[in-house]
Write a protein that binds this ligand. Structure first.
Ligand SMILES: C[S@@+](CC[C@H](N)C(=O)[O-])C[C@H]1O[C@@H](n2cnc3c(N)ncnc32)[C@H](O)[C@@H]1O
Length: 212
């Protein structure tokens, strides 16, 4: 399964890379909102990891505020767009798999994943969250807010499935908060964007590892 997932994901984003920024334009306000949720206590000493960084838009929103930022992604093409667009000395991009991050425990003050969890099989989501909580105490998850109402959910899923990867439908069937609880991640701040199309969850580790 893993090899198929890597092949599929690289192929999928190879196709999307050149126009991803255009498609993701409506999300621009959310990037700043997410960056505002990071404590400004240490500012330039605060290290932020942007997991599944893609073309780096969220990483740039952090960099603009003066944080030291690393963005990781599997897709060479998405990272190339990010590198070309970067005008910040405090952000770097690394090609790396989020299930095996090349960083020491607790290296970062904050690890963020935006629109990444719906792009992977469920067992990979678990591995990525394990890694995120290994390298950082604070975790920010930004993703679709799947409506609870059946009709709204059906409309949402039917629309998003037109452009999303094959893993999105599985993500939409599940409960994101439950997944975070399974990793002993406590949601300390919850915010919404694009009315309530997108959910932003700021979490902290409650214990040493995943439950069960
Ligand atoms: C929808 S894009 C999101 C990009 C960006 N975070 C944003 O908010 O616009 C999802 C990204 O996740 C990356 N990705 C998926 N699985 C990954 C993994 N295991 N490790 C690193 N990146 C991964 C893809 O290559 C893609 O660039």
């Amino acid at each position: 399964m893993d090899e198929k997932y890597y092949q599929y994901t690289r192929g999928f984003f190879w196709k999307w890379a050149s126009f991803y920024n255009f498609i993701a334009l409506p999300l621009i306000g959310i990037r700043n909102k997410v960056a505002d949720l990071v404590d400004e206590e240490y500012k330039d000493k605060t290290k932020i990891l942007d997991v599944c960084t893609g073309t780096g838009t969220q990483a740039f929103a952090f960099a603009k505020k003066g944080y030291e930022v690393v963005g990781i992604d599997l897709s060479e093409e998405m990272l190339q767009v990010a590198k070309k667009k970067s005008k910040y000395g405090n952000v770097r991009f690394v090609m790396a798999d989020a299930t095996k991050m090349p960083f020491e425990n607790d290296y970062f003050d904050c690890a963020c994943i935006s629109f990444g969890l719906h792009e992977m099989p469920h067992e990979v989501r678990h591995q990525v969250l394990d890694e995120m909580r290994r390298v950082s105490e604070k975790i920010i998850v930004v993703d679709y807010n799947i409506p609870k109402n059946r009709l709204h959910r059906w409309l949402h899923v039917s629309f998003a499935s037109l452009y999303e990867s094959k893993y999105y439908r599985d993500f939409a069937k599940r409960d994101l908060e439950e997944l975070l609880r399974e990793h002993d991640l406590k949601v300390v701040t919850e915010a919404y964007g694009l009315i309530d199309f997108v959910k932003i969850l700021v979490c902290e580790r409650e214990s040493a590892g995943r439950k069960g």
